[in-house]
Design a protein around this ligand. Structure first.
Ligand code: CU
Length: 182
């Protein structure tokens, strides 16, 4: 009987939230490769993101309704700045294939370079500076979750992310991309 009550309660709880898919944990660990269809992590510029460099991304929904994303990189160029963001689409053969940045509140004007939308609270920015061994670790927490809309990649860029009107969110050429099922 007790089991039945628990089962019914669980079913009701599940039904009650079925329209808003619960946020989930996302995780990818991979080595950057030249593009091929099943590559999890793709380098578009092997001089700046070498083949064989390692990347780990973890995305975790927080109890307070936010999301924390962790980015770990090994084997990049030492003592160098890289920009990084969560992008909407999967990595592809071309750098542009990963699409725009994921925005919690979408900018009606695309491409989005308005700091009101292209900022580190409405997007997930993961800029890093590598140490003298090419290692970097960073984390970003935003106060929203991936529920109805999802993002599919993290992209590394050539520069740290700009913030001024007209260039907000830009960070130079896309150097590499890793698929993450957020
Ligand atoms: Cu980006």
């Amino acid at each position: 009987m007790k089991t039945l009550v628990v089962a019914v309660a669980a079913a009701l709880l599940f039904t009650g939230t079925a329209h808003a898919e619960p946020a989930k944990v996302a995780h990818t660990s991979a080595k950057f490769e030249n593009y091929w269809a099943a590559a999890k992590a793709v380098t578009h510029d092997a001089a700046k993101v070498p083949v064989g460099a390692k990347v780990t991304v973890v995305g975790v929904p927080t109890v307070s309704g936010g999301t924390t994303v962790l980015l770990v990189l090994k084997g990049l160029l030492p003592n160098r700045a890289y920009g990084a963001h969560v992008h909407v689409k999967k990595c592809g053969a071309l750098p542009a294939d990963s699409g725009p940045h994921f925005q919690n509140v979408p900018d009606p004007v695309q491409p989005s370079v308005d700091p009101a939308y292209a900022n580190a609270r409405n997007e997930i920015w993961l800029d890093v500076h590598t140490d003298d061994r090419g290692f970097a670790l960073t984390e970003s927490t935003v106060d929203w979750q991936f529920t109805e809309r999802h993002a599919q990649s993290v992209v590394l860029h050539n520069e740290h992310t700009h913030t001024r009107p007209g260039e907000a969110g830009t960070a130079g050429p896309r150097l590499a991309c890793v698929n993450v099922d957020f």
